[in-house]
Design a binder for this molecule. Sequence first.
Ligand code: ATP
Ligand code: MG
Length: 353
Amino acid sequence: MPKERERGREGEKDGEKDGEKDGEKKEDGEKERKRKTEEVWTEKYRPRKLAEVAGQKAILNNLQSYVRKRNLPHLIFSGPAGVGKTAAAVALARELYGEIWSENFTELNASDERGIEVVRNKIKNFARTMPVGDAAFKIIFLDEADALTDAAQSALRRTMERYSGTCRFVLSCNFSSKIIAPIQSRCSVYRFKPLSYDAVAARIKFIADREGLRLSEDAVKAINYVAGGDMRRAVNALQSAAVLGSEIKPETIYETTATARPEEVESLIKSALDGEFFAALEKLRVLTERGISGDEILAQMHRLVIKMNLSARKKVELLDRIGEADFRITEGANESIQLDALIASFCLSSRGG
Ligand SMILES: Nc1ncnc2c1ncn2[C@@H]1O[C@H](COP(=O)(O)OP(=O)(O)OP(=O)(O)O)[C@@H](O)[C@H]1O
Ligand SMILES: [Mg+2]
């Protein structure tokens, strides 16, 4: 499934060349980056220093010690979307290189330019020129490295060796298992985790404060629920709710992100487990009519079933069915039939105990 991603940074680099209008706003030597992305908070509040990256404490400690030693090994950042992999790499480069960070750092997306070409051309071209300033090496950040074919990864491995004098690689991926073993053994692997409730809450409150928003604890809870440990989603949720007014309410968060309230999904599951098929079906309709997608409903059911007060045996049974429906929908089965069938099977399971 193609994952949702923000492509702010590439446009931003183009913008750096031609944008020269408001000289005062240059921060950290970075020119006009705000011009295009001013309104996108995930960019506006992209951490500039390692210390600003929320959570991931152990990883940040190590990265900070690389900065102090002014040296680093090749790195693999693996983990789910929106937890700070790119943010940490950019902050690392900023701290290492200061003003000239963007000259010594490049970000490439492996899945944009499938396969081996990206390794042969872009990476080699960047790798073989000398670092700018007094830097000992440059950094190549390769996003979605797990999308590279095995052949491309083998080519990459040779490139890494050949240019390791002047270049460090940071490979970002969702699953490090998709990176071939010879590359893994040349890198220090860091596993980024979904962000904790407190980490998301603190960052969201910080942004809300800067933007002059009023944010209740319930709204923070809602944002956390919607985000599921993904800071990009959390920040986006806050921004889309803020468009509607400076008082952030939980309802707005659920509405603008097309997420059901946890209570609604829980009550749907409970009705089904009580064998009330029509009531459950009606609750499902209410959600789908609000434009909440089938896979979103499944994802929420998945999270709630794990949390709900049910026996382990029951959970196993329900999760197995949710997994089945999820797989079928991904394979192209009719969403509404699969959801109805899932509800039906929950009802049947209520009778079987
Ligand atoms: N740990 C974090 N601390 C503070 N902000 C964060 C953190 N993680 C993500 N963000 C916010 O979310 C945005 C996107 O994060 P980032 O690009 O680092 O995600 P990622 O882990 O690289 O995800 P992907 O796998 O989709 O590339 C950042 O610009 C920042 O605004
Ligand atoms: Mg990224």
